[in-house]
Design a protein around this ligand. Structure first.
Ligand code: FES
Length: 202
């Protein structure tokens, strides 16, 4: 942001040129038409340079909100059993679902189902990014259908999990794709437990 201020300060040169022009009313000959054209051209050049330099400098600095959401912490104690919350991580929507005992049982029972398009056990989808097992109750997923990126709805579809209404993809209670055009399971986000009830995503 300082770079932007410096660029505007450079434009003060335009003010200096105007002052010089005024002072000539008593001490020096008035600027000719050619002088005026030179002054105007110089000022326009300063504006042009500022406008070119500022975007380059700005692009080199990551946006503040990008940095602040590189990782987020979530208090799981605020998510009741049977509920899910939606949050944003690095600009992407996330599902944090507190599964019921029935949802967990259904997910585990289907670990070897023949219609899994992207086979994975429920346990493998709970792993933390440090390789440690997660909790069976909590699924941490990107809320983005693996077909074309719509946000699926929970408790819809044929498998008790998520359903994407855009083109009809059905995900089970582990977020695994079971039916429809989506090719892959809902993506598990990288996360670790910081305490019994707090996770860090990212
Ligand atoms: S985007 Fe979800 S089914 Fe097409």
């Amino acid at each position: 942001m300082k770079a932007r201020l410096h660029s505007h300060t450079d434009l003060g040169g335009f003010g200096v040129a105007e002052t010089t022009t005024n002072s000539t009313a008593t001490d020096a000959p008035a600027p000719s038409r050619r002088d005026f054209i030179h002054i105007a051209a110089g000022a326009a050049g300063a504006v042009g340079a500022a406008m070119v330099v500022w975007p380059f400098i700005d692009q080199m600095n990551p946006a503040a909100d990008t940095l602040s959401f590189a990782s987020i912490e979530v208090d799981l104690s605020s998510v009741a059993e049977g509920q899910q919350i939606q949050t944003l991580w690095r600009g992407k929507p996330m599902f944090i679902r507190h599964r019921t005992a029935d949802e967990i049982a259904r997910a585990e029972a289907d670990d070897k189902a023949p219609d899994l398009k992207d086979p994975a056990t429920d346990d493998s989808r709970l792993l933390q990014s440090n390789g440690q097992p997660g909790k069976r109750e909590f699924l941490i997923l990107l809320a983005s259908c693996t077909h074309l990126g719509c946000v699926p709805t929970f408790a819809a579809g044929d498998y008790g999990g998520w359903f994407c209404p855009c083109h009809g993809s059905h995900y089970d209670t582990s977020g695994r794709i079971r039916k429809g055009p989506a090719p892959k399971n809902l993506v598990v986000a990288p996360y670790v437990y910081l305490s019994d009830t707090t996770i860090k995503i990212g």
